[in-house]
Each structure stands twice: as structure tokens, then as C-alpha cells.
Design a protein around this ligand. Structure first.
Ligand code: E4P
Length: 220
């Protein structure tokens, strides 16, 4: 399973990318607004920090302008993935850009039917938002299960299931069990994945016992 980080905070991305565990980045207009920075500059900086796909989202809602915005974003760096919303115009843009050899991430997916449409439009990624479904008392992870099962029925579908709106490590584990291709993680959730109280307690005991031996592994 691939891990993307879901942030426009360049410092967070630099720090997390140093772990070697980050395969890509997703941003959205809200994350760009939160960064308080210029969209184009932020995307260019992220693309220099991470070799993998970096999703940059169009801001227009009508096909012609979306297409122009998508082409401009794609020109920023070879690893830009153009993100479009799951609307009729968004899918039309997805089809045109995909036919042109560009990678498109279709975002704001909340149903299996929408995921089928995105695959037909040639999307490289479909982004179902599990946390936002959970927020309205629906079951986000059952949508992932449905999409993975449907896509598996059609070997010609190359669209990767990118689990988005993740709120906890449990979402990641469930997504992995279902065979989802990618999870995009808020930095806090990626850090949570590393931690377990028994790891911390066990390490503290090992360090204490090791200190009592008075030994060193490396020569002083
Ligand atoms: C995905 O690409 C989106 O940016 C993101 O996962 C949305 O998450 P949220 O529901 O926490 O805003």
C-alpha cells in the first residue's frame, strides 16, 4: 500500500519525507488556504521534495477553464497529478486530460456509482472520503470495500483506490485489509501509526538494562 500525505505544509512534508515512507502528496483548496501561501509556489516546492505524485486541484467548475487550469498545473512539474471534483464537468475534464496522457485524481467521491464513472473517465486515482461519510453516520470503509470489489471485477480498470479523509490509524489498517492502493494521511495520523505504548515502555526498559551493562556497540 502506498502512503501519501494530505497537507500543503511544506515543512511537514519535508520532515515526513525524510522517513522514506512517503510515496506522494495530496492537497486541496482548503489545505492551500490553511497554508496561507501561494498555490503555485507551494506545489512547485512540494514537487521538489517528493518524487511521487503530487495532487494539485483545479479551482474552476466549468469544463473549459478546468481543462486550462489542469494543463497549467500539469506543466508545473512532471510529478503533478491534476485533481478534479466528481462532477459532470470534472469527469469530462478527467477524460480529456487522461486521453492526453496526464494523471488525474478524481476527488469528493461518496458513492460506488461515482467511482465507476471515474474509472470510465480514465482517472488514475479515485478519492473516496471515508471520514466525511463517518461524520454523517454513514460507513466510510464499506464504500472502500465496495469500490475495491467492483474494480477487481474488471481487470481493464487501472484506476487506483486512494482512501481520503482519513481520521485514524484504524482507517489505514481497514483500507489495507480491503486491498486499497493508497491512503492519503494527515501528518498526525502518519505519526500515530508509528506509536504504541508497549513499544515506548519496552524501549525504555531495554535502554535502562543496556545502560547497566556499561557497554557500547560503537568504539568510543
Ligand atoms: C483528499 O485528497 C482530501 O484532501 C482530504 O483527504 C480531505 O480530508 P478531510 O475530510 O479531512 O478534509
Amino acid at each position: 500500500m502506498k502512503f501519501f500525505v494530505d497537507t500543503a505544509d511544506v515543512n511537514e512534508i519535508r520532515d515526513l519525507a525524510s522517513t522514506g515512507l512517503v510515496d506522494g502528496v495530496t492537497t486541496n483548496p482548503s489545505l492551500i488556504a490553511k497554508s496561507g501561501r501561494n498555490f503555485i509556489e507551494v506545489i512547485q516546492e512540494i514537487c521538489e521534495l517528493v518524487d511521487g505524485p503530487v495532487s494539485a486541484e483545479v479551482a474552476a467548475t466549468d469544463y473549459e477553464i478546468m481543462l486550462e487550469e489542469g494543463k497549467k498545473l500539469a506543466g508545473l512539474a512532471p510529478n503533478v497529478t491534476i485533481k478534479v471534483p466528481l462532477t459532470p464537468d470534472g469527469l469530462k475534464t478527467c477524460k480529456a486530460l487522461s486521453d492526453d496522457g496526464r494523471k488525474v485524481n478524481v476527488t469528493l467521491c461518496f458513492s460506488a456509482g461515482q467511482a465507476i464513472l471515474a474509472a470510465k473517465a480514465g482517472a488514475a486515482y479515485i478519492s473516496p472520503f471515508v471520514g466525511r461519510l463517518d461524520d454523517i453516520s454513514s460507513d466510510g470503509m464499506s464504500l472502500i470495500d465496495d469500490i475495491c470489489a467492483i474494480y477487481a471485477n474488471y481487470p481493464e480498470i487501472n484506476t487506483e483506490v486512494l482512501v481520503a479523509s482519513i481520521r485514524s490509524p484504524n482507517h489505514v489498517v481497514e483500507a489495507a485489509k480491503m486491498g486499497a492502493d493508497v491512503c492519503t494521511l494527515p501528518p498526525t495520523v502518519l505519526r500515530q501509526l508509528f506509536t504504541h505504548p508497549l513499544t515506548s515502555a519496552g524501549l525504555a526498559a531495554f535502554l535502562s538494562d543496556w545502560a547497566e551493562t556499561g557497554q557500547q556497540i560503537l568504539d568510543p
